[in-house]
Design a protein around this ligand. Sequence first.
Ligand SMILES: *Cc1c(COP(=O)(O)O)cnc(C)c1O
Length: 443
Amino acid sequence: MNNFRDFPQISSLIKDENLKTYPLYLRTYFSKCVIKEMKKKLQKNLNENIEKTAILNEIQNKIKHFLKNDLQNLINASGVIIHTNLGRSVIDEELYENCKKLICSYSNLEFDLQTGKRGSRYDSLLEKFKILFECEDALVVNNNAAAVFLILNTLAKDKEVISSRGELVEIGGSFRIPEVIKAAGVKLHEVGTSNKTHLKDYEEAINENSALILKTHKSNFSLLGFQSETNLEELKILSKKKKLILYYDLGSGWCENLNPHLSKNEPEVKKLLKNCDILSFSGDKLFGSVQAGIILGKKKFIEKLKKNQLLRMLRVDKLSITFLNETLKFYLEKKFEKITTLKLLNDSLDHIKQKALKVQKNIKFKTSLQKSKSLVGGGSMPDKSLETFVLAFEGKALFLQKKFREKNIIGRVENKNFILDFRSIKEDELSHLINIINSMDTL
Ligand SMILES: *Cc1c(COP(=O)(O)O)cnc(C)c1O
């Protein structure tokens, strides 16, 4: 057909046999889209001949594309445990079940059951943070980026913040410390150089406009060779003497039961708190819970944050509060195996080997078992890796990577082989993984 009047009606397209299995809203929406596109095409070239089957095919392609983009489960065989693109930390099913009861019902989120008056949504978390971290006060916002913003905006607005040039970092997703400082209405006073910043650099920068010293954890890169930074203990003495606030943006905080290889030289939240006024970290990196910015520190500063009007815009939903609350309970009960991120990070090499062998034995394709190294990820511990076992497949690596990706299995290419890394694969995913691989005809 090459005439507008001959175009099929939407009502006839949505009844087509091949489209029938898809939901009506998708059939209707994409039929309209495709008809519009085809009419445009025809306007450009009146000789174009458009068949009804071409229209139907295009509708089906668009629906398939839409469904492929929908949120769905993946198997993370990349070996990167805190994988930002794959949703960072995974929630344990028992933890989820505990939350489900609270989320699927009304709760005392902001209601004081004793007085019958309005309560604070942060109260359920506060006491638990105090027990776990021995902090004076705590607050939770949407993510750690929001925490950095709120802290700077509240405690240093229209004043200066001092930061080492070696710590003016970019986190990814276009989050850059200098930009955030500017957006918070704070003037950045840079000190030192990219590789070295001494205590005297901070000292010399202090003037009547200084409000805060910011220390940022080098969470996603490491500096080797001729380098030095000023440590928190030295900055604590200086900030006290000069009556400045000392804030540590920790990024990815850990608190309990991390294996010694990973925790070596990594700052632990509880210890850091003794040396700064306020600190913040992400809820879904090493802490292993949901997206949140966890702020801990001195009561007099956190009270100020709570009074900032911006908090209303950065505040967390009951879903996040519920998940954090249940995570904190598991930490306090020392049920660390319920924190999936920690569980995977602490998994023994022997157990990882068993997981790999189980899959190797039960799939129809030939693989070889190899030792390799996994990354923590999530901008955490760039200079540390973890031993792991992988299964390497025979065949063209990039082709296989794509083929597995189409089946929602995310592996990586190493030494020209496509591999599945069992460090980041959970035990309860193994049978599903075996089934998917065996459902493939060939590799
Ligand atoms: C990850 C990170 C952030 C941002 O945290 P989000 O929770 O992702 O918003 C900020 N600062 C540092 C040092 C980080 O590592």
